[in-house]
Design a protein around this ligand. Structure first.
Ligand code: 13P
Length: 263
């Protein structure tokens, strides 16, 4: 991990915790971070609750000035109008969301989101001042057929072609076979693909973007394997699913600098 990029530990709650549970969870999280002397200057921690929780979590974070950021799990490519069930970026911005996850493999699979749809959502996020976390990753069939990098690189290139130079975004490499399987990629595997993704940014948006953009790894990240990822040059944080629903485990992940030597 390059020291100039502030690490991001992002908790994607997926379809878990209703708005009441979200309040109890974030209160516990804030206490645990304080108790463990977590430094927000060192590591950025952000949670991604379901849409129905966002207002409750926003209120809590703002009222107590908690060291926890807020993001949404998806957004509409449109800004308003006849799109039943969709949520536009402008509503997320009004709830103080800083980030939005775009193109998660579960949305690509469940809602048939293709690269051009994902790119349109990234453009919509940027239009509203949200930082998109662009998710890319190969399935086990892709891995066998094309190797690890080709599909994630193609997915990222499709987005980079549609957004202006200088846009701020985050990339999350999440191999589909590693999500929820308990079988994380090895740090070497993850580093290889994250490096290829950074070079793709360099090719499309230049050196400054390549050197400043954070590239995360996601897929069965736990407190016991985070250090291995964070030691690598091109991995700047993690997108955490299951382990982000356990306060102690999530805090232990966020405190990785205390159990990893970064030199
Ligand atoms: P798990 O950490 O549960 O494998 O999920 C990863 C993920 O999909 C985060 O977006």
């Amino acid at each position: 991990m390059a020291t100039t990029r502030r690490p991001l530990i992002a908790g994607n709650w997926k379809m878990n915790l209703d708005h009441l549970q979200s309040i109890a969870f974030v209160q516990k999280l804030a206490w645990a971070l304080k108790d463990k002397k977590f430094h927000e200057q060192e590591v950025e921690v952000t949670v991604f609750p379901p849409f129905t929780d966002l207002r409750s979590v926003q209120t809590l974070i703002n009222a107590d000035n908690l060291p926890v950021g807020l993001g949404a799990q998806d957004l509409s490519p449109h800004d308003e109008g006849a799109h039943t069930g969709d949520i536009p970026g402008v509503f997320l911005k009004a709830l103080d969301c800083s980030y939005v996850v775009v193109g998660h493999s579960e949305r690509r699979a469940d809602h048939h989101e293709d690269d051009s749809h994902v790119a349109a959502k990234v453009v919509a996020a940027l239009r509203h001042g949200l930082i998109p976390i662009v998710c890319v990753g190969e399935t086990s069939e892709d891995l066998e057929r094309y190797g690890a990098s080709k599909i994630p690189v193609d997915q990222l290139a499709a987005v980079l072609a549609e957004i202006p130079q200088g846009s701020e975004f985050v990339v999350a490499y999440e191999p589909v076979w590693a999500i929820g399987s308990g079988q994380a990629a090895t740090p070497d595997q993850a580093e290889d693909v994250c490096k290829a993704l950074r070079e793709t940014i360099r090719e499309h948006h230049g050196d400054e973007a390549a050197d400043s953009t954070r590239v995360l790894y996601g897929g069965s990240v736990k407190s016991t394997n985070i250090a291995g990822f964070m030691k690598r040059d091109n991995i700047d944080g993690a997108l955490v699913g299951g382990a982000s629903l356990d306060v102690d485990e999530f805090v232990a992940i966020a405190r990785f600098p205390h159990h990893v030597s970064l030199d």
